[in-house]
Design a protein around this ligand. Structure first.
Ligand SMILES: [Zn+2]
Length: 415
């Protein structure tokens, strides 16, 4: 078998013949030629036999490594004139437009980006994280389900912090599929407006339920005339529990600061108590359980705050029917109101203001486990996106991991 034939079988690049193979010090260079005679626009289906001129363009792409060898594909491409897109270098079937990598290489990067962390990908594939961001954007633009905004009835709108707490992304998820379907930079009414603009009046009018946190920004957008004023607003219960947990943390921190000013040695122990208090008691380590018992014996404000947080968690555990939730929520609000713990008095007011939305979520059975699960994954992915320098690749990474998208490894085309 000739070496060019062997490489044609090895590389499995669609639509090309291998013309030459050269081994260099650090890479293998494979020169290919397109089999088709017609020139195809890289941006649309337009094809023609006519070349725009005789100035060809030498292009190169990185393909999947061959063992320890880097593999570079080279080809000489022609130019055409597309009636829509003007003069362009012809598209190739084995690489996305404007990419320096083959589709197979990019699909592998995308698959890994959805599964593993930054440094593993950088080391394994010998590419910079910024390059990963650009690849992820191209793959998402190509593979994301174009019908993801059709058939939306119950959605959740959420914000996630991205990069040092000062940057945010607004994400919209489909409650039925549990997938993120839309994302944008920012967390204000404007960001949310962008979603409804893209969704359009007709599809917005079909929304029956919109769930969110207790902030006012998204609510303001949803209530606008051409958006979804008809939708029932729900407050995702996990936001309620998160708020109670934060109130507990505020009480803990205030107590710790008091102790520290007294120079108490116990202050250190108190600080370590954080996880014993925040975690679900079923998930405590033995040591944390001991700390929790100690805090119980000590009593006082911190223990009262803990009890309030735990009742809140129990109310929204998913085991109770809507009437029980309503009764217990009202009881919790009045207990928090009378607690004389400032963060919980504030919590009581917020819960009272949002009571209807909280109970609507319970009655409509918004699947909180799924919403919370998605929320946790999104937060994890957003942390991984910290290394990107703009919001676009961060949004693309979230869509890659949590959106309606099918990722394929290069060998899957073989099966
Ligand atoms: Zn075109």
């Amino acid at each position: 078998m000739r070496v060019t034939t062997a490489f044609k079988h090895l590389l499995r690049l669609p639509g090309v013949n291998v013309r030459g193979v050269v081994f260099e010090k650090d890479r293998v260079i494979v020169t290919v030629a397109l089999r088709r005679r017609r020139l195809v626009c890289p941006l649309c289906d337009h094809s023609t036999r006519a070349r725009y001129d005789s100035s060809d363009v030498d292009s190169r792409w990185r393909h999947l490594d061959l063992g320890a060898w880097r593999l570079e594909i080279r080809a000489r491409l022609r130019r055409l004139s597309c009636p829509t897109h003007g003069v362009r270098v012809e598209g190739v079937p084995f690489a996305r437009h404007r990419s320096e990598f083959t589709r197979d290489f990019e699909d592998l990067v995308a698959w890994l980006a959805a599964k593993t962390d930054k440094s593993a990908i950088e080391w394994m594939l010998r590419i910079a994280w910024r390059t990963v961001g650009a690849i992820v954007q191209r793959v998402v633009a190509d593979e994301l389900d174009p019908e993801r905004l059709d058939q939306l009835f119950a959605i959740g709108i959420d914000e996630v912090s991205w990069r040092k707490q000062h940057n945010y992304l607004t994400l919209v998820s489909n409650h039925r599929s549990g997938k993120v379907v839309w994302g944008a930079e920012g967390k204000d009414t404007n960001a949310c407006d962008g979603f409804f603009t893209e969704l359009g009046k007709e599809r917005s009018a079909r929304l029956s339920t919109v769930s969110m946190d207790m902030g006012k920004a998204f609510l303001k957008s949803v209530r606008k005339e051409d958006h979804a004023p008809q939708a029932t607003i729900c407050i995702d219960p996990f936001h309620v529990v998160a708020l109670a947990t934060k109130a507990l943390d505020d009480v803990r921190r205030a107590g710790w600061n008091d102790m520290r000013t007294l120079g108490d040695k116990a202050a250190k122990k108190f600080k370590d108590a954080r996880w014993s208090l925040m975690k679900n008691p079923d998930n405590l380590t033995d040591k944390q359980a001991v700390t929790l018992r100690r805090l119980k014996r000590r009593g006082g404000d911190l223990w009262r705050a803990y009890r309030l947080k735990e009742s809140c968690r129990a109310i929204f555990s998913g085991d109770l029917d809507p009437d029980e939730v309503e009764e217990l929520l009202d009881r919790l609000i009045s207990q928090a109101q009378r607690s004389r713990l400032e963060p919980f008095v504030k919590l009581a007011k917020t819960l009272r203001d949002n009571r209807d939305g909280i109970l609507a979520a319970i009655r409509l059975g918004i699947n909180n486990g799924r919403a919370e699960g998605l929320n946790n994954v999104v937060r994890l992915i957003a942390r991984r996106a910290y290394g990107f320098h703009s919001a676009e690749p961060a949004i693309a990474l979230v869509m890659l991991c949590c959106g309606p998208i099918t990722l394929r490894l290069p060998y899957e085309g073989l099966l």
